[in-house]
Design a protein around this ligand. Structure first.
Ligand code: HEC
Ligand code: HEC
Length: 203
């Protein structure tokens, strides 16, 4: 069969099987995500807990590209005891600026994971007040993130991931906002904030 005829026969099959459309094929963000990211973050961008890979679907474009650059330059995922960060970092070393921009746009377009509360955390402390006092000035009054502070929304990622990042900030495995130390909160207070964040609706 000549290649054109073959393509005509295969194209409808591909759409029935849920394979890529032409528009998707043309999108560098989609193809790079499929080939380099989906194995850990899934096609939905909701991640695989067993891989420690978080939900990234719906994270803002500016944050995704900024984090990919931080991983690539070894500012994040550098610590020898940060196995998850290391795992992610090796996936960024070959990304060029153009691909990073397209990946950011593609990931931002994925619908946010609404099932982010997976742990049974103690939620008795007053999370909204603690958040307003300690976190809102950077992560936003409505937890929407702040591009100028480079602080992401905290309503896209699962509780287990957010909790681990806080541990990373405290142990020095990851830097929180240019050496801004994580506020002096008790574990109970942090748990309550994270339990609350993971149940906030996100658009
Ligand atoms: C081998 C598994 C794996 C692959 C492949 C992978 N990631 Fe990750 N990714 C992770 C893990 C694990 C983390 C969590 C890192 C941490 O704990 O600091 C992560 C974190 C991230 C984050 C940070 C999320 C946040 O909220 O800060 C982004 C963005 C991301 N990945 C995007 C990508 C993109 C884009 C690709 C493809 C180019 C990719 N990942 C490929 C495992 C992977
Ligand atoms: C001075 C500004 C600032 C304050 C205050 C602040 N953060 Fe952050 N936070 C940031 C920035 C900037 C990042 C992104 C770090 C990076 O670039 O990797 C971040 C990242 C995070 C992350 C990781 C998100 C992800 O997707 O990986 C968590 C979790 C977090 N902050 C929780 C908190 C909590 C909870 C509070 C309040 C108790 C708080 N932060 C207060 C600036 C701040």
């Amino acid at each position: 069969m000549n290649p054109i005829r073959l393509a005509l026969v295969l194209a409808p099959l591909a759409s029935v099987a849920g394979l890529q459309t032409e528009a998707e094929e043309a999108d560098l963000g989609f193809t790079t995500f499929r080939d380099n990211c989906m194995a850990c973050h899934l096609s939905t961008g909701k991640g695989i807990r067993e891989m420690n890979a978080p939900s990234i679907a719906g994270l803002p474009r500016w944050y995704v590209s900024s984090e990919l650059r931080l991983f690539r330059q070894g500012y994040r995922g550098y610590h020898k005891e940060d196995a998850s960060g290391n795992l992610m970092r090796v996936n960024t070393v070959n990304l060029d600026e153009r691909t990073i921009a397209f990946l950011g746009r593609y990931i931002a377009s994925l619908p946010v994971n609404q099932e982010r509360a997976t742990l049974d955390l103690d939620a008795t402390a007053d999370a909204p007040s603690l958040y307003a006092l300690h976190c809102a000035r950077c992560h936003g009054e409505a937890v929407e993130g702040d591009r100028v502070a480079r602080a992401p929304p905290l309503t896209r990622q699962q509780d287990w991931y957010l909790l681990r990042q806080v541990e990373n900030f405290k142990s020095g495995k990851r830097k929180h906002a240019n050496d801004f130390t994580y506020p002096e909160l008790s574990q109970k207070e942090t748990d309550a904030i994270i339990a609350w964040l993971s149940r906030l609706p996100s658009e």
